[in-house]
Design a protein around this ligand. Structure first.
Ligand code: NG1
Length: 561
């Protein structure tokens, strides 16, 4: 773990997020406007001036294409961004807070709703994509969705792009039904999707498509205002129907995104996001994204070997630790099992460890890690051995934890996964407190004074990468190499972002070093491993990135584009 001499931040160690009362009936509650998914009528409410020219051209093209394709204008666009996780990898499903940011890159779901008396209403949903050669048009009959629990067919690695739309659609229908929200039957719809988020890069393109599809269907079937937390929760559950037992970071980052801010996303007691401003330093602090071009764990294909196994390892470790240290029954996450956060909080409570500063929290982390090491002496245990520690028969354990989502594993590593999760959660606290402190302390610091600050942030990112690589085993040689090249060329810190096993890295770079880092990556990674890339492919693979706004429903007249 890293400690550095840096200005004392305002105390972030207790993260008391004001939590609104749970509400799944948007029409019955009156949440403050900032808790609602915004409806915007101008593009500058979504994008900053730097992106406006490109986005205006893009939205105009979408509007014209829609008209040409369907012979009618689009009524609205549901827009959700991707996300880059700055720190806090693979800990969301253990309910620990994470620190992602929304990207400017996004998915647009443009919709026209045909009323029943429209001569063209044919009770069909036509779903097209601007990249039609890659994503073929799909046609559905609304009657097939009368039962909101309809099945989405996915076979092995073969998940059609439309499955993510259907997951959103299913989520909207299920939640309307469960919440008895005022909604009309599914109407005839024409839909055109335009996505700018690189896919399979760990930037959550698929979550953005699920969120925006869910919002689009809700907007087509109800006049109710939609709460952000409602959209996050429904999107998380919807996406799970595609076979991955995901945490919730992606959907939260996408929905809650705030321009120029990272988001401290917490999952307890309810999902919430606290914006943390990231740009108030001199020189400014930038993030550089580099795509390894190795396909990040593809959900359907590698979920059973990788992601879902990690989720089960974390749950079983928590349950076994809770049993051994007699901390009582852990709160169950989404009907699945206890969490490492649940265990951590219980131990801290029981031992009477008071939190409130970095030192006490670090002590608590060390103590909990010691208990993990004491419990799991080896890195690998067979399923029988794990079941024995859990006090259950192997078949009961398998039935309970390893059948709801597809899993292929003979051995489980409970020790290293738990240590990663506990220590990574501490790094998130350190990182977010440092970011927040920049607003208070560093606005006027000179470059030399701000160096320890950048170094401290960077060291946390590097430690996270080392842990992802060695303890959580979710990196890969190419991603490791990208992080090393970025550091050699001046990045203060560099790490994988997202699910891993490929995908992108994110590097923290002072503004005056961004060009050096990008050049270094181009020369030493892309020119060596992918010499055939064109200039525009390179621009798409490695670039500086800023935090963007979250999900919106856009009702923009063509004249306002
Ligand atoms: P990506 O990179 O979008 O596959 C996945 C999970 C997140 C989180 C990260 C690892 C889904 C939809 N998302 O992200 O919840 O656990 O891995 O930090 O499965």
């Amino acid at each position: 773990m890293t400690s550095a001499s840096i200005p004392a931040p305002p105390s972030p160690w207790t993260t008391p997020h004001p939590s609104p009362p749970p509400t799944y009936s948007p029409q019955l509650s009156f949440p403050p406007p900032e808790d609602l998914v915004p409806t915007v009528t101008r593009l500058h409410a979504i994008y900053s001036s730097v992106d406006l020219a490109h986005q205006t051209t893009r939205w105009n093209a979408l509007s014209s294409r829609f008209k040409a394709l369907y012979d009618r204008p689009m009524n609205f666009v549901a827009r959700s961004p991707g996300r880059v996780n700055l720190i806090g990898e693979h800990i969301d499903y253990s309910w620990f807070p994470v620190l992602p940011m929304a990207t400017v890159h996004d998915v647009l779901v443009a919709v026209s709703v045909l009323p029943p008396d429209d001569p063209a209403a044919d009770d069909r949903i036509i779903l097209s994509n601007v990249s039609s050669s890659k994503y073929a048009t799909r046609v559905f009959n609304t009657v097939d969705f009368q039962d909101p629990f309809f099945e989405i067919k996915t076979t092995g690695s073969d998940v059609d792009w439309s499955a993510y739309f259907l997951a959103g659609l299913k989520g909207a229908l299920m939640f309307s039904k469960l919440c008895a929200a005022e909604s009309s039957p599914l109407p005839t719809m024409r839909i055109l999707v335009d996505g700018e988020i690189p896919t399979c890069a760990g930037l959550s393109a698929s979550s953005a498509l699920v969120c925006s599809s869910l919002l689009a269907v809700l907007a087509a079937t109800t006049t109710s205002t939609i709460e952000k937390s409602f959209l996050v929760n429904s999107s998380v559950i919807s996406e799970r129907v595609l076979g991955v037992n995901s945490g919730g970071m992606d959907q939260a980052a996408s929905v809650f995104g705030v321009r120029d801010h990272a988001l401290l996303v917490d999952f307890r007691p309810l999902v919430s996001a606290k914006p943390v401003r990231v740009l108030d330093t001199i020189p400014p602090l930038c993030f550089v994204l580099a795509n390894s071009l190795i396909v990040a764990a593809n959900r359907a294909e590698t979920g059973p070997d990788k992601y879902n196994v990690r989720v089960v390892e974390a749950v079983l470790a928590a349950e076994i630790l809770a049993r051994k240290y007699k901390v009582g029954r852990l709160e169950i996450r989404d009907g699945f099992g206890g969490t490492l956060r649940g265990f951590y909080d219980r131990v801290c409570d029981r031992e009477g460890w008071t939190m409130g500063d970095r030192e006490s929290e670090e002590r608590a982390v060390r103590e909990v890690v010691r208990r993990v090491q004491e419990t799991f002496e080896r890195d690998q245990y067979s399923l029988d051995e794990v079941a024995q520690m859990l006090g259950q028969k192997t078949e009961d354990m398998v039935r309970k934890y390893m059948t709801r989502f597809p899993i292929r594993a003979k051995y489980l590593n409970l020790r290293d996964r738990s240590i990663h999760v506990i220590e990574e959660s501490f790094r998130v606290k350190c990182f977010s407190s440092l970011l927040a402190s920049s607003t208070h302390h560093l606005r006027t610091l000179s470059a030399s004074e701000s160096r320890p600050y950048f170094d401290a942030l960077g060291a946390l990112m590097n430690a996270s990468q080392a842990s992802c690589s060695s303890l959580f085993d979710c990196s890969c040689p190419e991603v490791d190499e990208l992080t090393q090249i970025a550091r050699r060329h001046g990045a203060a810190g560099s790490r994988m972002t997202g699910t891993g096993w490929g995908g992108c890295t994110v590097s923290l770079v002072r503004a005056d070093k961004v060009a050096d880092v990008i050049e270094g990556l181009k020369k030493e990674y892309y020119a060596v491993r992918y010499p055939g890339l064109s200039a525009s492919q390179l621009e798409e693979a490695v670039f500086a990135i800023r935090p963007g706004n979250g999900t919106v429903l856009a009702k923009i007249e063509a004249a306002d584009l």
